[in-house]
Design a protein around this ligand. Structure first.
Ligand code: GTP
Ligand code: MG
Length: 219
């Protein structure tokens, strides 16, 4: 794990002032933009250079949703096949997944089904998944249409966003929607859920349903 990010995580993890902690994983083929997406969300930064992730890394971000302070532990996984054994070990206990492909890369879209199978195989049954087509700023190089992606997301039962880490399109919305879906699911089944898995820390439980506006692709 890169030390800079680990330090960031440690600093934040000393902050115990939160209502819920959600573990979220970003998965998908190499170079689709997972690390860029996380850096855009956590640091509001973007670099055009490609430094492929080795293994797995994480960042922590605390947000307010539905009057609750929610601490997100966001894991950025390596897309390269050779790290698969390491990365799938982190699926367990994840409450949400961002499954990412690149709208300019057919292979990355064709791999979505396999990634969904990995989630089914290695994660908690109630884990929520959002499908994200990244790099929608590169519309002139698009090879995956929004319609095809929507069809697949319907088939898989995932919500779908197109986004751009580069132009900061739908990045925050993706995370917030995923958090809201997790909250809705939790609120539906809280009685049956193991707190060790949910990261529910204390007393107050979510009783109000979030009704967030659907953020459509701005591409
Ligand atoms: P692995 O760590 O190997 O799994 O790759 P990754 O999915 O983390 O990809 P990464 O975030 O490193 O991005 C790969 C390349 O795509 C980099 O050169 C990024 O600058 C570029 N990139 C990422 N997101 C976008 C985007 O939204 N638009 C454009 N145009 N380029 C992007
Ligand atoms: Mg990466």
């Amino acid at each position: 794990m890169a030390s800079a990010t680990a330090t960031y995580g440690q600093k934040e993890s000393s902050d115990q002032n939160f209502d819920y902690m959600f573990k979220i994983l970003i998965i998908g083929n190499s170079s689709v933009g997972k690390t860029s997406f996380l850096f855009r969300y956590a640091d509001d930064s973007f670099t055009p250079a490609f430094v492929s992730t080795v293994g797995i890394d994480f960042k922590v971000k605390t947000i307010y949703r539905n009057d609750k302070r929610i601490k997100l532990q966001i894991w950025d996984t390596a897309g390269q096949e050779r790290y698969r054994t390491i990365t799938t070990a982190y699926y367990r206990g994840a409450m949400g997944f961002i499954l990412m492909y690149d709208i300019t890369n057919e292979d990355s879209f064709n791999a979505v089904q396999d990634w969904a199978t990995q989630i089914k195989t290695y994660s908690w049954d109630n884990a929520q998944v959002l499908l994200v087509g990244n790099k929608c700023d590169m519309d002139d190089e698009r090879v995956v249409s929004g319609d095809r992606a929507r069809q697949l997301s319907d088939h898989l039962g995932f919500e779908f966003f197109e986004a751009s880490a580069k132009d900061n399109i739908n990045v925050k919305q993706t995370f917030e929607r995923l958090v809201d879906i997790i909250c809705e699911k939790m609120s539906d089944s809280l009685d049956n859920v193991d707190p060790a898995v949910t990261g529910v820390k204390q007393g107050p439980q979510l009783t109000e349903q979030a009704t967030p506006p659907r953020q459509d692709c701005a591409c």
